[in-house]
Design a protein around this ligand. Sequence first.
Ligand code: PTJ
Length: 263
Amino acid sequence: MTDNIPADHPRAQSLQLRERLIVHFREKIVAVSGLIAHGRGEAFDYLLGEKTSKPALKAISASAAMLLTAENAVISINGNTAALVAAEIVKLAKITGSKIEVNLFYRSHEREIAIEKLLKKAGASEVFGIGKKASAKIPELSSERRRVDPQGILVADVVMVPLEDGDRTEALVKMGKKVIAVDLNPLSRTAQEATITIVDNIVRSAPILVETAEKLKKQGLKKCKEILQGYDNKKNLANSIIAIEENLSKLATQTAHTSGEGK
Ligand code: PTJ
C-alpha cells in the first residue's frame, strides 16, 4: 500500500494496518476519531501479545453458532470495520444469511455512500441503513447511532457490532436483541454488555469467524445450539482479562531476566 514501510521493519504489519486506516480516512470511510479508536485497539492488542487467545476462539465459535441460528441477523458496519475487513464481513454475511447495515456515530451521507461502495466492491449484494432507509430510531439513544433501518437492525434478533464502544449495545440488549461484540478492550461498555464478546483484533478474528461459520454450517443447527448452551460470556470475558494478565506476567519475567544487560 505504501513504499514508506520496509517489509523487514519489525512492526511492518502494524504500520501497514495504520496506513490502511489513513488511506480509508482520506476516502471518507474512516472518521477522524476512528484513527484514535485504532490506536486504543493497538494498545490493548500489545497487552494481549497480538495473538488470538483461547477465550477469543471460544467466543468466535459461539458467535458463528449464534449467527447461524438467528432468525434475522444483522452485521453493523462502521468506518473502521469497513476499512479493515470488508471482504471477510461480506463472506460471513453470505455464509450465515446475515444482512449488512451501515451504522455510523459520525454519520454523513458522503461517508454512508463511500462505505456502501466499498462493501459492494467487496461483493455485498444489498447494504441496509443508507440515507432515508435509516428511518427508524433505537429508543434511549441520542447519538446518530440511533438511526437504523426498519428492515435491518430494528427487526433483527441478533446484531453484530464490531469495533465500537458506547451506549448502543445496552440499548439493543434492552430491546431484547442478542449482541455480538468484537473489541480488543475487554473493559469497554460494549464488551461488558454484549451477549458474546470476542476480545481480539478484528483483522485476526474475522477470517477465523468465516472459517468457523463455514465448518459449523456443515455440522448443522444441533451442533450450533450445543455450543451456545455451553457458552458463558461473563466467564469467557474474565478469561480474556486473565489472558492479558498471563501475557503481562510472562513479559515481566522475561524483562527481569534481562536485568543488568544494559549496563
Ligand atoms: O465510523 P463511525 O462514525 O461509526 O466512528 C467509529 C468510532 C470511532 C466512533 C467507533 O469506532 C468507536 O466507537 O470508537 P471507540 O469508542 O474508540 O471504540 C472502539 C473500540 O474498538 C475500542 O474499545 C478499541 O479498543 C476497539 N478496537 C479498535 N481497533 C480494533 C478494536 N477492536 C478489535 N479490532 C480492532 N482492530
